[in-house]
Design a protein around this ligand. Structure first.
Ligand SMILES: *[C@@H]1O[C@H](CO)[C@@H](O)[C@H](O)[C@H]1NC(C)=O
Ligand SMILES: *[C@@H]1O[C@H](CO)[C@@H](O)[C@H](O)[C@H]1NC(C)=O
Ligand SMILES: *[C@@H]1O[C@H](CO)[C@@H](O)[C@H](O)[C@H]1NC(C)=O
Ligand SMILES: *[C@@H]1O[C@H](CO)[C@@H](O)[C@H](O)[C@H]1NC(C)=O
Ligand SMILES: *[C@@H]1O[C@H](CO)[C@@H](O)[C@H](O)[C@H]1NC(C)=O
Ligand SMILES: *[C@@H]1O[C@H](CO)[C@@H](O)[C@H](O)[C@H]1NC(C)=O
Ligand SMILES: *[C@@H]1O[C@H](CO)[C@@H](O)[C@H](O)[C@H]1NC(C)=O
Ligand SMILES: *[C@@H]1O[C@H](CO)[C@@H](O)[C@H](O)[C@H]1NC(C)=O
Length: 492
């Protein structure tokens, strides 16, 4: 029973409560309070003074300016693997309309930098006296998936940095530094005068700006460890894969491109969310419908941050009641998950809410994929991903292949039988190897080009004992034995 997938539990709960009122009743509020307390227990610190905006912030600074630097974060309350260290910083970035705003990021440092085996031998004999601070650390600019939409949801203040062994711990343990923006509105939640900084969830170009400016600021903060043109790869999962993909589009713009860029890895990028919502609303029996309909409130909130006049207009009364309960506690993904229990996916939003002009305008402004990118790009998706349907992604990949330059490459792998998060582990040896090869420039230049090869490489990975793996839509394999009654613990 403990191995029931979360979606399985979810539908049982829904069946039990399908006839009950769907506003957030006292039972729902109680669940939210418990999930909120659990979120708090996962934070490194309740003291958020690090995230206050330094007095030298101003809207006339350049994006990528460094505002505050914590060289070595006290890791007492983190579960970061011993030998690794963390720095945090606050820097300037831009929102969708180009306004300069402050945001936070962390860097997870390896104990020693990635080197190829042959150069490592040379290093040991010839430069044993070199200081760690004089070594250059190749890095990954990491875009995290959905953490929530409010200040307290910043990965840099989660004990396990949100993606723990799935990505950041794994990369740093291999000698790769991880430069990881929290994104606008997470961490640094307001300006000194109290003006709230909204989190533009799933706005590709805004998240890509956070990634790019975090890289620039990290180079300012640690010029000897992260050199100005040192190699890096952009990478993300879920919302973060959207960020990384948008970043690859940004790198194709000569004015915005950054030195040292070696390519992008996008794991499960949700590039056509609005279309997926429409497909799911038209047929709620589709196996992936409830998962995708569950994110409608996050999307409406993001649209409202860009167009305040929109005002979450698509939510039903019950949907609004649930959303209000989330905002009252500044709830993150676990709270959002708890708040959805007992609300039918078809009763979250009004029919055809995606037709609203603000929604359409937002979609046009943030549309990512199908455009020119600077490659190489590696895209990975799980066959059973309810949030990113492989058929829809495949179409965007085809459009993108037509748009890219002859010298760029795009490789696409589909993993049979895997869902949204299991894909991260299932594909690790692929992305880890790809990242190392590109950071160390061990790729055959001929292979990383389209010329003379198949325009876009696409491959299916069959996988071993697919039926026996534990597939859930949520990330946390570390708490896979969480009780059904506290199933939201899977969401972080
Ligand atoms: C660690 O957590 C404890 C308990 O919440 C708190 O008192 C302490 O200040 C925290 N330490 C750091 C370095 O954040
Ligand atoms: C802001 O102040 C911090 C701390 O004094 C400093 O490190 C940083 O360089 C300053 N940033 C700018 C853009 O002036
Ligand atoms: C980290 O913070 C704890 C208090 O939570 C303190 O006891 C400890 O000395 C600090 N460690 C360092 C290295 O400053
Ligand atoms: C708050 O500060 C920002 C940045 O300095 C400024 O643009 C904004 O107008 C201020 N808002 C209020 C209400 O004072
Ligand atoms: C809705 O989805 C279910 C499950 O995939 C399928 O059996 C059914 O034919 C679909 N209905 C329509 C009208 O497409
Ligand atoms: C939603 O749009 C579809 C297609 O445009 C239409 O057939 C349907 O009647 C609309 N539903 C409502 C409730 O407006
Ligand atoms: C592709 O790369 C080759 C070799 O570096 C170069 O000569 C050519 O101009 C490039 N083509 C484009 C379209 O960038
Ligand atoms: C790359 O391709 C060119 C032309 O096809 C070929 O002459 C060259 O030997 C190749 N280089 C490598 C390293 O394989």
């Amino acid at each position: 029973m403990l191995k029931l997938s979360f979606l399985g539990c979810f539908s049982i709960v829904m069946m039990l409560q399908a006839v009950a009122a769907q506003a957030c009743d006292p039972a729902c509020q109680q669940l939210i309070a418990r999930a909120s307390a659990w979120e708090q227990s996962q934070r490194a610190s309740e003291d958020d003074s690090f995230y206050s905006v330094p007095s030298n912030y101003s809207t006339s600074l350049k994006p990528g300016s460094l505002l505050k630097l914590e060289i070595a974060t006290n890791l007492t309350n983190y579960t970061v693997p011993a030998s690794l260290t963390v720095s945090r910083f606050i820097y300037t970035t831009t929102d969708l309309s180009g306004t300069i705003l402050p945001a936070s990021a962390y860097i997870l440092w390896p104990f020693a930098p990635l080197t190829s085996q042959s150069s490592q031998a040379g290093f040991e004999t010839s430069s044993t006296a070199q200081l760690e601070t004089e070594l250059h650390y190749p890095f990954v600019a990491w875009g995290h998936g959905t953490a929530g939409t409010f200040g307290p949801c910043a990965p840099s203040n989660y004990r396990a940095l949100q993606y723990h062994f799935q990505v950041p711990f794994a990369l740093a343990s291999q000698g790769i530094a991880v430069v990881a923006p929290d994104y606008l509105g997470l961490g640094v939640k307001q300006l000194a005068n109290g003006t709230r900084i909204p989190h533009p969830w799933a706005s590709g170009p805004s998240l890509a700006s956070d990634l790019a400016n975090a890289i620039t600021a990290a180079r300012v903060a640690f010029p000897s460890m992260i050199s100005q043109d040192g190699p890096f790869v952009a990478m993300g999962h879920s919302q973060g894969a959207l960020a990384a993909w948008s970043f690859a589009e940004r790198m194709a713009n000569d004015e915005l491109t950054l030195p040292g860029y070696k390519g992008t890895v996008a794991i499960a990028p949700p590039l056509r969310v609005l279309e997926s919502i429409d497909r799911a609303s038209q047929n709620v029996s589709l196996p992936w419908a409830s998962a995708i309909l569950g994110i409608q409130n996050l999307l409406m909130h993001s649209i409202t941050t860009v167009y305040p006049q929109y005002g979450m207009a698509g939510l039903t009364q019950d949907g609004m009641s649930r959303w209000n309960a989330i905002t009252e506690v500044d709830g993150c993904l676990p709270v959002k998950t708890a708040a959805g229990i007992g609300l039918l996916p078809s009763n979250i939003a009004h029919a055809n809410w995606t037709q609203n002009p603000y929604v359409q305008q937002f979609n046009k402004r943030t549309l990512t994929g199908g455009k020119k990118i600077k490659g190489p790009l590696l895209a990975l998706v799980g066959e059973l991903d309810p949030l990113v349907q492989p058929d829809s992604l495949s179409e965007v990949i085809d459009e993108t292949c037509k748009a890219i330059s002859i010298n760029d490459s795009l490789e696409f792998n589909v993993y049979k039988g895997l869902s949204h998060f299991p894909l991260v582990q299932g594909s690790q040896q692929k992305w880890m190897g790809w990242i190392k090869d590109h950071l160390l420039e061990k790729t055959d230049q001929n292979l990383s080009r389209r010329g003379g090869l198949e325009p876009c490489n696409s491959k299916t990975i069959q996988g071993l004992q697919r039926g026996a793996t534990n597939q859930g839509v949520f990330p946390n394999f570390l708490v896979a034995s969480a009780d059904v009654g506290v199933a939201w613990e899977y969401a972080l």
